[in-house]
Ligand binder design. Structure first.
Ligand code: GLN
Length: 525
């Protein structure tokens, strides 16, 4: 097997060292927006263990005080790399502290908007940046200037808001350029990455596709085979299509029909992935197996566990039926992990840092002795969507709302039976169909129907009915951490409710969920 080049060795990469600020990942995000590739690693990263050389280093903000006993500190080998360094907030304080400057508690905390005064208009960091609004979030301050540095910017409360040692290309700023409240922050980050570090702006999905296909080919080699689960969702479909482009039929996709997928989903996925995208796919109908295990279970956590464990079991059993042409066992497992999951597991959380393993893969890797292959692990969600479009995946699939792993099982509150799933499924189908018809699908981040375990009285055709209740939910969000319910027109809701009650047997009443997250969650279970 030839040497496998990591993305960070192919593209000029800015290294972002994370000191635990809630904004750290936004630094990476912003840089990629102007086509400079950036990767985030914890602030404790040993530079000698890096397998690639960064074009520049950014030290993020963080909740600690540099002078505190247990404060995290950067590996001083960053100064030997000979590349530009930018410290942001804690990062600035860290640079000053290392240089022996007294950093201490300021008399005034500075939180929120402040006005930047550029003191050195010739400084490359401030090209096309003027006296503008910047976002502050700090309580500590520098009590002096490190040797060899000069002041390049101030605010009313921060005489050392920006400092620079231009001969060594080391810069520090007290504000957060990565948040959108800093109106010219992105320009500043561009100036640092492109002008000061000299990073090439070639991080485009077109370039990524080529590099990634090559990388997969080298990694897998000429004969080995790869297996992976698909769900019909964006991430697994994009990952599967990428694998197919790289190694053709040596990639085996498995769709497990767990009996709690959306209406006609297994058939639709088969059609789209197999016929449409040429993916080597096996569909396994294990609905009875899942539903019989779910019998009598009402606790949401138990439902999730049962579905997760049964999935592993079925997947392993089906995988054993695949016999690679090479005669060797399958060597790799494909997983559609995205960058936010990676960030979540590497971001710096202080001394008690724990590494989270993803979903169910841990078990599969061990039991089946597989190696993990994660072609999307460098990408944010919108980058994956863009990649999907480049790979010829339909707009509709690429922009699909997220769907939970346990599927409709957690949208049927109470016991999950075939009949209950059918009711929830049909109601959901009508709801989504109407949302699409009204042209609202892409304005909504996630929408679904769930079936409540209560009965309610109704009247239909002069007959008293005593049937169940469907709750509709639709939310708008950018990150799924917080969400607002979607303000449908009354006529739309009226129409959907009437269709559901008329067309779905067993439903007497429809309600619309008007709770935001928090305090509610997106799903009901
Ligand atoms: N804890 C430091 C302070 O309060 C740094 C804060 C930050 O990086 N946002 O000044």
């Amino acid at each position: 097997m030839g040497a496998v080049e990591e993305v960070s060795s192919v593209f000029d990469t800015i290294l972002v060292l994370d000191f635990g600020s809630q904004y750290s990942h936004l630094i990476t995000r912003r840089l990629r927006e102007f086509n400079v590739y950036a990767e985030m690693l914890p602030c404790t990263q040993k530079i000698s263990e890096l397998k690639w050389k960064p074009k520049g280093v950014i030290l993020s903000g963080g909740p600690y005080s540099v002078y505190a006993e247990d404060a995290p500190h950067v590996d001083r080998a960053i100064f030997e790399l000979g590349v530009p360094i930018l410290g942001i907030c804690y990062g600035l304080q860290e640079l000053a502290w290392i240089a022996g400057v007294d950093v201490g508690r300021g008399d005034k905390r500075e939180y929120g908007r402040a006005t930047l005064h550029v003191e050195d208009i010739g400084c490359p960091l401030f090209k096309d940046v003027d006296n503008s609004t910047v976002w502050m979030s700090h309580g500590d301050k520098l009590h002096g200037l490190p040797d060899g540095f000069k002041v390049i910017a101030t605010t009313e409360n921060s005489p050392y808001c920006g400092i620079a040692n231009e001969s060594k290309a080391i810069y520090g700023i007290q504000f957060h350029p990565e948040v959108t409240h800093s109106s010219q922050g992105k320009q500043l980050l561009r100036n640092f990455s492109v002008d000061v570090c000299g990073a090439t702006q070639n991080w485009t999905m077109e370039n990524f596709v080529d590099t990634e296909i090559q990388r997969i080919k080298t990694l897998v080699g000429p004969t080995a085979e790869v297996i992976g689960a698909v769900s019909g969702g964006v991430d697994s479909t994009v990952a599967a299509k990428l694998m197919t482009e790289a190694i053709g039929d040596r990639f085996h996709a498995i769709l497990v029909d767990n009996g709690v997928l959306r209406l006609n989903e297994a058939a639709n996925v088969k059609k789209t992935l197999q016929e449409g995208l040429g993916i080597n796919l096996t569909v396994v109908d294990a609905s009875d197996e899942f539903l019989s295990k779910l019998k009598g279970v009402t606790d949401p956590e138990k439902k999730r566990k049962i579905i997760g464990n049964t999935f592993i079991h079925v997947f392993e059993r089906e995988a054993a039926k695949i016999h690679p042409k090479s005669g060797e066992a399958i060597e790799f497992l494909l997983q559609g992990t995205l960058y936010p999951d990676v960030i979540e597991s590497i971001s710096f959380k202080g001394p008690s840092q724990t590494i989270k393993t993803h979903h169910n893969v841990g078990g599969l890797l061990e039991n089946m002795k597989l190696k993990l292959i994660e072609p999307l692990r460098e990408l944010f969600k919108d980058e994956v969507r863009h990649l999907g479009e480049l790979l010829g995946i339909s707009h509709e699939l690429v922009w699909r709302h997220p769907f939970p792993g346990p599927g409709i099982a957690i949208r049927v509150l109470g016991e999950v039976t075939k009949e209950q799933v059918e009711i929830a499924r049909k109601a959901d189908h009508i709801y989504i169909e109407e949302i699409r018809k009204a042209g609202l699908y892409n304005k909504i981040s996630q929408a679904f129907a769930c079936l409540l375990p209560v009965k309610s009285v109704g009247v239909m055709g002069d007959q008293r009915t005593y049937d169940q209740v469907i709750a509709l939910r639709a939310i708008e969000t950018t990150d799924f951490m917080t969400a607002d319910w979607f303000p449908f027109e009354h006529d739309f809701l009226k129409h959907v409710a009437s269709r559901i009650v008329n067309e779905v047997d067993g439903v007497a009443r429809v309600t619309y969920d008007i709770t935001s997250k928090p305090p509610a969650t997106v799903e009901w279970e």
